[in-house]
Design a protein around this ligand. Sequence first.
Ligand SMILES: C[S@@+](CC[C@H](N)C(=O)[O-])C[C@H]1O[C@@H](n2cnc3c(N)ncnc32)[C@H](O)[C@@H]1O
Length: 217
Amino acid sequence: MSSAVDRLDSSQERDDYWNAYYADSGVGRPLPSQFAAFVAGELDGPARIIEFGSGSGRDTLFFAAHGHDVTGVDASKAAVEACTAQAAELGLDVEFLAATIDQDGLAAQLRMSPGSSVVYARFFVHAITDEEQTAFLDLAAALTSPGDRLAVEYRTVRDSSGAKVTGSHFRRFVDPTSFNAEAVLHGFDVTYAVEGFGFAKYRQDDAYVARALFARR
Ligand SMILES: C[S@@+](CC[C@H](N)C(=O)[O-])C[C@H]1O[C@@H](n2cnc3c(N)ncnc32)[C@H](O)[C@@H]1O
């Protein structure tokens, strides 16, 4: 469970925030996150990757450009439309889907590839509520088979007082011990877990994050 919340919004206010954010800031920064580069280096070969909270699409497009079969899922329709246009411009075969994590029937819309699938979420877990975190782990468990992987990076409780470059949107600072325990209950084993500064530096914002990889039992 989270121990600190930066700001609580209704889900409608949150959707409005992210739609305006992506409409204003544009999408598709060419550089991937440090975390995406790390995860790509951990994969043995082409994988099926479902990214939740794909946002600007920078990591989705990066994985696709490196030969992975990728779908980006985000609640923001503005982000999904812009990412779809950018993928077409770049000639990349990537699917973007506008959906909330707890949307009925979402699992059935997402094709997986047993044994070589990855559920990937960067800076998504801290952008959702406790209940949505459970929906996310339910969905990750439903989508994966033994040997598949879950990869997450998020702001932790130790980040609650740090500077933020990206504005005052909903943030729920997460306790890694609690998150890992809930993931274990959902059928995932922790295979790698670290936390600290320096993993997600962006200008003045050097978030204290947790980064973890899990294998589906
Ligand atoms: C902090 S951004 C992270 C974007 C990207 N992964 C990155 O690392 O740059 C969080 C994203 O989660 C999306 N989001 C928030 N709540 C959501 C929900 N309940 N279901 C699906 N997407 C959601 C937002 O629209 C936003 O794009």
